[in-house]
Ligand binder design. Structure first.
Ligand code: FPP
Length: 231
């Protein structure tokens, strides 16, 4: 599908990929079936944003709170995310996509962590779109992690710039547009510091059904927003 030709695109688009479980439930399928189709949407979104020339894209794949889900679902998600990213790595290579992982990966099983870090390393020198994937990520945890690093350096007082340099997002611009699917109107601990001036776009569509034309609707809405940054 041709995109409508946007005059203004976000520099940094972020997505809360929500509704996989409900998508599956509606079809009497196991929750993991929703995550599998959710992976296809993720790939379609990365392709679409990269093709549009959006410089930065960030997705919320697994939150700090998601560890509390049933072990079978957590295990299935670990395996799906690892294999999904690994299998998509050659394509990201061709598309010059730089991969950046954000979150507390120390909580990941050794096998998945090693594989994901190898993909990140392989794609780290690319100069096209930067794709950040939040894994075992929480906004509060990220800020605390940064503060603790600064304290360990012996800092007694810090500037906003110093704090930003210690966030997982160091070096990335703040998100301009944050999309959340599935009809939930919450931030859910996502990019708390970085989203201070972000525009939000909410849709009732479940993540597995969030296809290119839904992305274009979000981008069309973004074009109409007058951003004032508090002025
Ligand atoms: C939220 O839906 C989604 C997740 C917790 C997992 C997101 C993971 C993917 C889309 C898989 C692929 C991702 C990558 C980066 C390889 P939910 O399970 O909370 O749905 P519900 O609210 O309807 O229960």
């Amino acid at each position: 599908m041709e995109h409508p030709g946007f005059k203004t695109l976000p520099t940094h688009i972020a997505m809360i990929m929500d509704g996989n479980g409900r998508w599956a439930k509606k079809r009497l399928l196991p929750r993991t079936a929703g995550h599998k189709v959710g992976l296809d949407t993720f790939v379609e979104m990365v392709d679409a944003c990269s093709d549009l020339g959006i410089p930065y894209m960030t997705v919320y794949a697994f939150s700090s709170e998601n560890w509390n889900r049933e072990k079978t679902e957590v295990d299935a998600l670990m395996s799906l995310m690892e294999s999904g990213i690994r299998r998509y790595t050659p394509e990201m290579h061709r598309k010059n996509i730089r991969l950046h992982l954000m979150g507390d990966l120390s909580r990941f099983p050794e096998k998945e962590r090693t594989s994901l870090l190898a993909c990140e390393e392989e794609l780290s020198q690319h100069t096209g779109m930067t794709l950040s994937i939040c894994l075992s990520y929480g906004g509060r945890q990220e800020i605390l992690h940064a503060v603790n690093e600064l304290l360990a350096e012996g800092k007694k007082e810090v500037t906003a710039e110093e704090l930003e340099q210690h966030l997982y997002s160091a070096g990335l611009p703040d998100p301009d547009l944050i999309i959340r699917t599935s009809g939930e109107y919450r931030i859910s601990n996502f990019l708390l510091w970085q989203s201070a001036y972000a525009e939000y776009y909410f849709t009732d569509v479940y993540w597995p059904d969030f296809k290119k034309e839904e992305l274009y609707k979000a981008l069309s809405s973004f074009e109409t927003r007058k951003r004032r940054f508090g002025k």
